[in-house]
Design a protein around this ligand. Structure first.
Ligand SMILES: [Zn+2]
Length: 307
């Protein structure tokens, strides 16, 4: 039964902690495991992402629910992932999780908690950061990063993609790879915004953690950040050269990034690209997905969506 162990996978970002201990999301996932109805497999075809905005029970989530719907955020993600030729329908849903701040994939559903989105909205910078990350891009980048990560788990599972190495690292790389493929200007904005996920860790130069922290299924937050920046620099050392010049990515690591990106690119081309609808892929890659850089932030305000 291929992919049996892949049906449960979680983002494990676990914001505001110094290390990922990972127990929360996985324990939560396993508690739900027995309730998944088996989905009938079909001939693989594109356009198999379904979306659902589950109305929140917590009134604190009402605004974010309405903003997401008003801006058709899930509809856009549905389009971006439409080229993947899948054997079953997969649902991307936003839902209240009774206080749990997380996201996960459990076949056939990707769940993003309103708590997680609320956290992104609340912790976004009020103005453009010293590193040049706008409030808008911090929100969109982080949202895309978490959805891309869960999509990675889903695609590895449903497209029967074998993995060497840790599934959580592979899901991070999948998300970073997609951000980098969505055009030059958009890639910079997406990667910069996604990097904001780790803002609480960047300023902490030394950490002390229990030994067991290293047993986690996820990399430590700074490793995940460096991996993402390395992918970006490896994909385009010119456009992302400032990551090294400004010290966000240590020179010592930067040297191997061309090869690291190359390995992911090779895997993607070999294992994923043949399972994409070519015309839809071209359409997705040709489209501008991000609103103009001057638009208001997407999650925290209730202004009109950008045209
Ligand atoms: Zn994960």
């Amino acid at each position: 039964m291929h992919g049996g162990t892949r049906e449960l996978a979680c983002s494990g970002t676990k914001r505001r902690t110094l290390v990922n201990l990972g127990g929360l999301c996985c324990a939560f996932g396993f508690a739900l495991a027995g309730f998944a109805a088996p989905a009938a497999a079909d001939a693989p075809r594109p356009n198999r992402i379904l979306i659902e905005y589950v109305p929140p029970k917590n009134p604190d989530h009402q605004k974010i629910y309405e903003t997401l719907k008003g801006r058709e955020v899930l509809e856009k993600l549905q389009q971006i992932f439409s080229p993947f030729k899948l054997p079953i329908d997969v649902t991307l849903k936003t839902v209240g999780c009774d206080g749990v701040d997380n996201a996960w994939y459990q076949r056939p559903t990707m769940t993003i908690c309103y708590e997680y989105l609320d956290n992104i909205a609340k912790t976004a910078p009020k103005e453009t950061t010293a590193a040049g990350i706008t409030p808008q891009d911090a929100m969109i980048g982080q949202l895309f990063y978490v959805v891309g990560h869960e999509m990675g788990h889903a695609m590895f599972d449903l497209l029967n993609v074998p993995l060497f190495g840790r599934p959580e690292d592979a899901a991070d790389q999948f998300a970073a790879y997609l951000m980098l493929k969505l055009g030059k200007d958009q890639a910079r904005r997406l990667i910069g915004g996604a990097a904001y996920t780790y803002k609480d860790y960047v300023e902490v130069k030394k950490v002390a953690v229990p030994q067991t922290a290293f047993a986690d299924v996820h990399g430590a937050p700074m490793q995940r950040l460096y991996n993402m920046l390395c992918m970006a620099y490896g994909a385009d050392p010119k456009d992302f050269g400032d990551l090294v010049e400004k010290g966000y990515l240590p020179q010592q690591r930067a040297r191997s990034c061309h090869n690291e990106f190359g390995e992911v690119n090779f895997a993607f081309q070999q294992l994923i690209v043949p399972q994409l609808d070519r015309d839809l892929t071209k359409k997705v890659l040709d489209q501008e997905w991000l609103p103009p850089a001057t638009s208001p932030p997407p999650l925290a305000d209730d202004s009109k969506p950008p045209q």
